[in-house]
Design a protein around this ligand. Structure first.
Ligand SMILES: C[S@@+](CC[C@H](N)C(=O)[O-])C[C@H]1O[C@@H](n2cnc3c(N)ncnc32)[C@H](O)[C@@H]1O
Length: 374
């Protein structure tokens, strides 16, 4: 089993009732995101365009007109309402077992983090500022958002992120053997079978799934991971300790990383680019260049949507998450020229590549921008 889904002591126990509720949500999400979502563009042509034409005497053209037209399609409105409801219910089904186990999770955190023989470390910075809008948003409706922090033993944000992610991914048809880090590690090893980074940095680590996988796959490397959320980092730290994996977790912003120049051989981010604003992404890519040793590699992996490859209706359809799922930075990422930004960050033009890498266990592929420092 890959690191992302490996069981560990910080996962709250589920009752039969919790399981059945989560299974039902997985089934609903699979239906909505497979069979039904595939019809959104057909319904746009069949219902939305004729309704817009009746009102305006022409087809919708701009992004705004296409969006307005979509909302005249009853089938799209039904899908959209159900998809929003499924996401809200997901957090209820995930939140119940987590909040029920809150005291137990705090006690486990306390024990793992306080273990004098622990292998990793946790460095929180309560004064961290400049994290921007992300701190005010409940992105993908996660209760309290990424920076939820209810006290010095609080791990709720990390627990919600991990369990929510499990249910969400299963609902997307992604199997338990999938792992974003696993996909990138496989790619790096295929490119260079002798790849053996001495220091690795994971940016936007959330609940620590990828960080733990790098620590397991590269046991001789020193693995560092950063995020802005204290509740995320406490959970990630306890998870790594529960798995016996040495990871140093730090509360830092991707835009300004407190490590010396040329400190890492591998800098990665997993699904972080679509969760940060343009200026933070650009700064993160600049920091990746600064932090890499000569010959070091940066891999910024994310969802595969690049809007330059899509029609306007397809772009609008893929932008559903911005309006209804609080994914404020989704379109900013999907329209960004990450390759150009990596070159501006300092990477040589012939040292930057884009890849679509098949998921290890699921439909589709992950996007990866890869850059090597000369
Ligand atoms: C989608 S999650 C990342 C998932 C994670 N890398 C994984 O593989 O499971 C995005 C993360 O980025 C973090 N984040 C947002 N803004 C950030 C910033 N300025 N610096 C560092 N992390 C940030 C959020 O707190 C959140 O945990």
């Amino acid at each position: 089993m890959t690191g992302s889904r490996q069981p560990h002591a910080m996962l709250p126990e589920l009752t039969a009732g919790d399981r059945s509720r989560q299974t039902a949500i997985v089934a609903l999400r699979r239906f909505l995101n497979g069979n039904l979502r595939a019809r959104n563009l057909q319904n746009f042509e069949r219902e939305a365009v004729p309704a817009f034409e009746t009102a305006h005497g022409r087809k919708p053209q701009s992004h705004e007109e296409v969006e307005a037209a979509f909302h005249q399609s009853p089938s799209y409105r039904l899908w959209s309402s159900l998809n929003r409801a499924a996401q809200e219910v997901l957090w209820i089904a995930v939140g119940e077992p987590i909040f029920r186990a809150e005291a137990e999770l705090q006690a486990k955190y306390d024990k793992l983090a306080g273990n004098p023989a622990k292998r990793g470390s946790l460095h929180l910075n309560p004064k961290l500022d400049g994290v921007g809008r992300v701190a005010t948003l409940d992105i993908h409706l996660q209760p309290g958002g990424y920076t939820l922090d209810r006290g010095d033993k609080d791990v709720i944000a990390g627990a919600l992120y991990e369990m929510g992610g499990r249910v969400f991914s299963s609902g997307q048809g992604i199997g338990t053997g999938d792992s974003k880090a696993g996909c990138i590690i496989q790619f790096l090893r295929q490119r260079d079978p002798g790849f053996a980074p001495r220091r690795i940095l994971d940016i936007g680590c959330s609940a620590g799934a990828a960080s733990c996988e790098y620590a397991r796959e590269f046991p001789d490397a020193e693995v560092h991971a950063v995020d802005i959320g204290a509740g995320m980092l406490r959970y990630a730290h306890a998870r790594a300790e529960a798995l016996g994996l040495p990871v140093a977790f730090h509360q830092m912003s991707a835009a300004s990383l407190d490590f010396p120049d040329r400190h890492f051989d591998l800098v990665v981010s997993h699904n972080t680019m679509h969760e940060i604003d343009d200026d933070v992404r650009v700064a993160m890519l600049r920091e990746s260049f600064r932090l890499l040793t000569p010959g070091g590699v940066a891999v910024h992996q994310d969802v595969p949507y690049r809007f330059r490859e899509l029609s306007v209706p397809a772009q609008v359809e893929k932008s559903w998450d911005v309006r209804f799922n609080n994914e404020a930075f989704w379109v900013k990422y999907a329209t960004a020229d990450v390759v150009a930004e990596l070159k501006q960050a300092g990477f040589a033009a012939d040292a930057v590549e884009e890849h679509l890498l098949p998921k290890l266990n699921g439909p589709g592929a992950w996007y990866a921008a890869v850059a090597r420092k000369s």
